[in-house]
Design a protein around this ligand. Structure first.
Ligand code: ZN
Length: 401
């Protein structure tokens, strides 16, 4: 490693205020007292000049068929705000220091990037903390204010559940909220669905008995990300309360207190299934996945759980079946123990993360003057995170985006 003494030029006229060092494959840049490392290949790949990056399409346009994987800087110049690199192939790149810092490979900078732009960290909860984490938002404020829209989506992503109040009593009121995010996720139930007691239904949610904790549509590979339930008519009978349980909390609890059971639920695949006819269309949906889906960091990203929508075909060897049932039973028991119960009011839209929040409903009874009626819809996380990022960039002064 050696410090390069740079040539003085008019536009880059400060020498060695910010030392720039060549390592074998990296450039070391000091930005605001931090020594940050950037691979040469990454720098060249991310050149921001008009030949390499299309500024309005915000897309890389450099010709990768001619890309030199062993590219090295021939000369590096810098000032307080930027670094200029002259490459061995004669190309010249300029990078703003705040742009580089925002994309730094250092751990703390990465945490900040994830929190500000990628996805805010999720905070789990249980029946004891539910009342503190449940944030209420006004329907009209979400429609009128970017800040309210941002705060609603932020809370939804962090806690997995929020409540919108003051919704007009119309079947289409939910459409305006969804339009503020993007568009609904269509499934075989359509872009919207009615939740109301219907005898001889194709879906157990359309019965008035106790609806045990579950996630919707686990048999979809592209499972709906969030569920919105607008309460148009609430039951006057005893019952009809919503049940909600944060499966990420329960999974973490199992990981600590019942690690073997936890492991089984991360490993054993289940065939989630639904077969029926809806709107005159036959469907036969199957998807195989464990109850707990974890990524390469060991972090949960999706939970699948629904007793009615778990198929009888078991796609695993015989010896895994009995231990899996034990783990499944424990997960259900704990999910019930840690669940919160509350009854929505007319005008409420309950919104929750459908890959995280187990939900159910206590039994209730309709009568001729009072028929419980909800309008439901789904919106995917791709759209929610996208809207949240647009709003974050608009509302917060993020340096280096
Ligand atoms: Zn370029």
């Amino acid at each position: 490693m050696f410090i390069v003494k740079h040539l003085v030029r008019n536009r880059f006229n400060k020498i060695n205020i910010f030392p720039v060092r060549f390592l074998n494959d990296f450039l070391n840049v000091e930005i605001a007292g931090e020594s940050l490392k950037f691979p040469h290949v990454w720098l060249r790949d991310n050149c921001q000049c008009e030949h390499c990056f299309h500024s309005s399409a915000k897309s890389r346009i450099l010709d990768w068929s001619k890309f030199d994987l062993n590219i090295k800087p021939k000369q590096v110049l810098y000032n307080e705000k930027s670094v200029e690199i002259l490459w061995t192939d004669g190309h010249k790149s300029i990078y703003q220091l705040n742009w580089l810092k925002f994309r730094s490979f250092a751990r703390e900078n990465r945490r900040k990037y994830n929190e500000a732009i990628y996805r805010p960290a999720q905070i789990t909860w249980n029946n004891e903390t539910f009342n503190q984490i449940l944030k209420r938002f006004s329907y009209n404020e979400i429609l009128d204010s970017d800040k309210a829209l941002h705060d609603w989506l932020y809370n939804l992503s962090v806690y997995g559940v929020t409540l919108i109040q003051g919704t007009p009593n119309s079947e289409n009121a939910i459409d305006d909220i969804i339009a503020k995010v993007a568009f609904p996720k269509t499934t075989h139930y359509g872009a919207k669905f009615v939740v109301q007691s219907v005898p001889n239904t194709s879906n157990v949610a359309y019965l008035s008995g106790h609806l045990p904790l579950h996630l919707d549509l686990p048999y979809y590979e592209y499972c709906p990300g969030t569920t919105l339930l607008h309460c148009l008519v609430q039951t006057e009978s005893y019952g009809g309360q919503n049940l909600l349980s944060d499966s990420f909390f329960v999974a973490e609890y199992m990981k600590q207190h019942h690690p073997e059971h936890y492991k089984i639920l991360t490993e054993v695949e289940v065939e989630w299934s639904d077969i029926g006819v809806e709107h005159g269309n036959e469907f036969f949906k199957l998807y195989r996945a464990p109850v707990f889906c974890i990524d390469k960091h060991g972090e949960l990203f999706r939970v699948n759980f629904s007793i009615p929508q778990r198929g009888s075909y078991f796609p695993e060897p015989l010896e895994k079946v009995v231990p899996w049932y034990q783990a499944h039973g424990l997960f259900l028991k704990l999910s019930n123990e840690f669940s919160a119960s509350f009854k929505t009011n007319v005008g409420d839209i309950l919104v929750f993360n459908n890959t995280r929040m187990l939900h159910g409903r206590n039994a209730y009874e309709d009568n001729s003057n009072n028929v419980r009626r909800l309008i439901g819809a789904y919106v995917d996380w791709d759209e929610i995170y996208s809207r949240l990022r647009c709003l974050t960039v608009k509302l917060k002064n993020l340096d280096g985006v």
